[in-house]
Write a protein that binds this ligand. Structure first.
Ligand code: ZN
Length: 466
């Protein structure tokens, strides 16, 4: 039926090749290898949309390789592809050279030893889809001489996705809605049981089509659909090679996000919430925002209402890059010394000003000086956010000192870091801190996200968190 057309028959081509080669000898020189590699690579159909533009051949009597690239070139993603392929080549050469040395040793010095031919065939494609995802797919096949013919020993498919916007590597839940594997499981179970017989299906084929997190991780997004890849010996018998099946758009429905979820929080990885008080405005805050944006990081900003006029674009930028907006009173009074009416005015005026500047209401509240009481907390009608790491950046005004204070904590996971966005030293500290956090495996999250992931609940209005 319709679906037959969506099968990219890597495996069919494999069968044709197998028949052709059994009757021929193994390639013996550069031109024979090139012809052999061309036939092999011609049979691999990764993506019809992206045509191959160049092939690279390297012939040696024993260990040879050929690589196919498409026209995509010149950026970080092309470099990523090239690095992956370089790694495949060197791993292959190393393994096969070692295997031949071992064979030679077995033969001793006798003339009986003749090296076997080993060929690595790599095909790669990069495809940018309309919804902002760049997919990389690399197919590799290790073929070895056996009974005077080249036979496929093992073949594998590797896929990677990147955000066209940020260049960041994406995980499946950034591309699909959380339940996408359920949709896939239903679709592919039906598909494989209809298209293949018992003989072609691997013994435990069904286990590779369940909604388990280990399944449906290899795919390429195109504008026509999503092509999923299945490893050799998983759904189909190993002799069938890896298989790819395109799931057409009408089957995909809403399982594909309309927009890439640029920031994905892994609940099992450490996370910190950086917070900045006393803005908006100033050159220091501009640097902080740019640093966050450049690193695809977020923080929470607690604004003073009186500073907002003229600094609206800072709040807009914070909101746009996914930072959380917070209320830090109108002009920093000791709230406990004010009447209820005046406290309310401090809160409401600031909320309104933040909303007018950004189109978003603040979602969290931090009282000036951290001084508050139950009545004020209740009146705020927002979660009340304190901190767990006080850098005293306002006192030292020393970037290194602030950075070291944070860095020297035993474990930052789950902490709320207090900083102030009005000092140059704090901007510098941020420029040291954010890349360092990233390098050390910390995710930056907003305070609401931190509470949600660490305490398992959404923060509640009137409750105090630290
Ligand atoms: Zn303050």
């Amino acid at each position: 039926m319709l679906l037959v057309g969506f099968l990219f028959a890597l495996l069919i081509a494999g069968v044709i090749y197998y028949k052709a080669v059994v009757e021929t000898d193994v390639y013996r020189d550069n031109s024979e290898f090139t012809a052999y590699a061309d036939a092999e690579l011609d049979s691999v159909h990764l993506l019809d949309e992206a045509k191959a533009s160049k092939r690279e051949y390297h012939y040696e009597p024993s260990v040879s390789y050929a690589v196919e690239y498409d026209a995509y070139d010149g950026d970080d993603i092309a470099m990523f592809r090239d690095k992956k392929i370089e790694h495949m080549k060197s791993a292959f050469i190393e393994a096969k050279t070692a295997a031949e040395e071992e064979r030679q040793e077995k033969y001793g010095d006798k003339l009986g030893y003749k090296p076997l031919a080993h060929a690595l065939l790599v095909s790669s494609r990069i495809y940018e889809s309309g919804n902002g995802i760049i997919s990389v797919v690399i197919y590799e096949s290790c073929n070895t001489e056996q009974d005077k013919a080249m036979q496929r020993e093992a073949a594998g498919i590797h896929t990677y996705q990147f955000s066209a916007n940020t260049g960041e590597n994406l995980v499946p839940v950034q591309i699909f809605h959380e339940n996408y594997r359920q949709t896939c499981a239903a679709f592919f179970y039906k598909y494989f049981s209809k298209e293949y017989g018992k003989k072609e299906l691997a013994e435990d084929w069904e286990s590779h089509l369940t909604a388990a997190v280990t399944n449906y991780n290899k795919f390429v997004i195109t504008d026509r659909g999503v092509t999923f890849f299945f490893d050799e010996g998983s759904v189909l018998e190993k002799s069938q090679g890896p298989v790819s099946v395109e799931m057409p758009m009408e089957e995909i429905g809403d399982m594909l996000r309309s927009q890439v979820l640029e920031r994905y929080i892994d609940p099992y990885q450490p996370m910190v919430a950086i917070t900045y008080d006393d803005g908006p405005g100033g050159e220091a805050e501009a640097r902080i925002l740019n640093c966050l944006e450049k690193n695809n990081a977020v923080a929470t900003f607690f604004y003073q209402g009186y500073r907002i006029e003229g600094n609206e674009e800072k709040i807009q930028q914070a909101h746009r890059i996914g930072c959380e907006l917070g209320n830090h009173t109108w002009n920093h009074p000791v709230l406990t010394k004010l009447s209820k009416k005046k406290v309310r005015k401090q809160l409401v005026d600031t909320n309104t000003a933040i909303y007018n500047a950004s189109g978003a209401f603040p979602t969290v509240f931090r009282p000036s000086y951290g001084i508050t009481d139950d009545a004020i907390n209740e009146l705020s009608n927002m979660p009340v956010i304190m901190w767990s790491i006080d850098t005293e950046d306002w006192r030292s005004r020393n970037a290194k000192k602030v950075f070291n204070h944070i860095k020297n904590q035993e474990d930052l996971d789950g902490s709320i870091i207090l900083l102030h966005s009005i000092y140059d030293s704090t901007a510098r500290a941020t420029e040291l801190l954010v890349p360092w956090l990233k390098k050390n495996g910390y995710q930056t999250v907003t305070v609401s996200e931190l509470i949600k992931y660490k305490q398992g609940i959404d923060p509640e209005p009137g409750e105090v968190y630290e």
